[in-house]
Design a protein around this ligand. Structure first.
Ligand SMILES: *Cc1c(COP(=O)(O)O)cnc(C)c1O
Length: 382
């Protein structure tokens, strides 16, 4: 841990990520491919380290949101299959082709462009067609002209349509079924025109666990890879990989009536011991947990007092008098041993678990654990 250049960091258990991947693989069986979603720096876990672990443990594809995320992984791993699930503007498609990245498309125009770029590079660009079954985000709108347009794409030389996919809004059982059936109907109509797809997919983490009947032959799990449970009906054994840690930077005694932090939104109702932690909202810790959240020190809960600052926050240590400067703080974890769990935290912050972890800032070093030992540390600067 000598290389760690900050007291605030996230600990990432790579064995847990491997465990979760095996769990997912075991759940879906051999007939369903897994596109492991590593967007947003693998939900704050570090895309490059996670990429290796998921590929070693059953992932068939890596899925990201943006070209920059795809390129980061491609530079390190020359032969991993990478899908960009989002839109790439025309002017950047050249990078997609040059780097053998699979692109999501939903227009004839981009298919033609990719084909031309492919000819220039002597490559056949690979695409997945995005079909909008009601989410109304990206994709071909569900109508006959779209089927016509996809059929025209299939006739373009020098482009390989490897997949077709959609995304569930997860509004309810009924809405999910309608969306799924809409995709199936599109696939059927295309099949009648002789167009077949190697991969068909519509499920994210929650859907893959709760609706096994809609898995088709590929799923796109994100959250569950990291051990984040959002599903309701199904069951899947997972282990959370991430724990957010820090150390006490300062301790002081204050008198009853004194205020803490901006605007004195918290005032001591008794003589108190206040600890300062080098954790702020710029680190991705939600400011909305001011006066609401807690951290764990010596296995005890220490409430956050006053407004959370950009780089620091204060906690009440009055009931943990043994706490000293430098002591370890569990800012959040999986809820065991009196720690704050992501579910509770997300509810308190008025958001979801994915937002909390995906916003962990680059300023937070990552400490990777395998077999109980630190195997790698990534700092803000190299
Ligand atoms: C983010 C994303 C996923 C993964 O979502 P989880 O809920 O984390 O499993 C799957 N598909 C698409 C299109 C996404 O954008």
């Amino acid at each position: 841990m000598d290389q760690l250049i900050r007291d605030t960091y996230v600990e990432i258990n790579l064995d847990n990520i491997a465990y979760n991947m095996k769990s997912i693989k075991n759940m879906v069986g051999d007939g369903v491919a897994i596109a492991a979603v590593l967007k947003a720096d693998a939900y704050g876990h570090g895309a490059l380290e996670v990429a290796k672990v998921v590929m070693e443990n059953g992932a068939d594809y890596i899925a990201v949101a943006t070209l920059s995320e795809a390129l980061e992984i491609r530079r390190r791993f020359k032969d991993y299959k990478i899908l960009i699930m989002g839109h790439t503007p025309n002017r950047l498609l050249e990078h997609v082709v040059a780097n053998n990245i699979t692109q999501t498309i939903f227009s004839l125009e981009q298919a033609r462009l990719l084909s031309q770029i492919g000819l220039k590079y002597g490559k056949t660009p690979v695409v997945h067609i995005k079909y909008d079954t009601g989410f109304n985000r990206l994709g071909f709108k569900d109508k006959e002209e779209s089927i016509e347009e996809i059929a025209r794409i299939a006739q373009i030389k020098n482009i390989y349509i490897e997949g077709i996919f959609s995304h569930l809004a997860l509004t309810g059982d009924k809405e999910n079924e309608i969306q799924y059936n809409t995709l199936i109907s599109a696939i059927e109509r295309l099949r009648k025109r002789g167009i077949r797809f190697k991969y068909m997919h519509i499920e994210d983490s929650i859907a893959a666990v709760d609706y096994p009947q809609y898995r088709l032959n590929m799923i796109r799990p994100g959250a569950i890879i990291y051990g984040i449970k959002g599903f309701h009906y199904g069951k899947l054994d997972l282990k959370q990989a991430l724990t957010f840690k820090s150390r006490i930077s300062h301790i002081k005694k204050i008198s009853k009536g004194e205020g803490v932090s901006y605007d004195y939104l918290w005032k001591a109702e008794r003589n108190s011991i206040i600890g300062t932690l080098p954790v702020g909202y710029a680190d991705g810790y939600p400011r909305s947990l001011s006066n609401k959240g807690f951290v764990t020190i010596h296995g005890k809960k220490a409430p956050i007092v006053g407004l959370i600052c950009m780089d620091q926050l204060m906690v009440d240590l009055t009931d943990i008098p043994e706490a000293e400067v430098g002591d370890e703080v569990i800012v959040y974890s999986n809820g065991e041993n009196n720690t704050m769990d992501l579910n509770t935290m997300a509810k308190l912050a008025g958001t979801n678990k994915n937002e909390i972890i995906s916003r962990i800032s680059r300023r937070i070093p990552k400490v990777y654990i395998r077999n109980g030992e630190v195997v790698k540390i990534i700092n803000y600067i190299k």
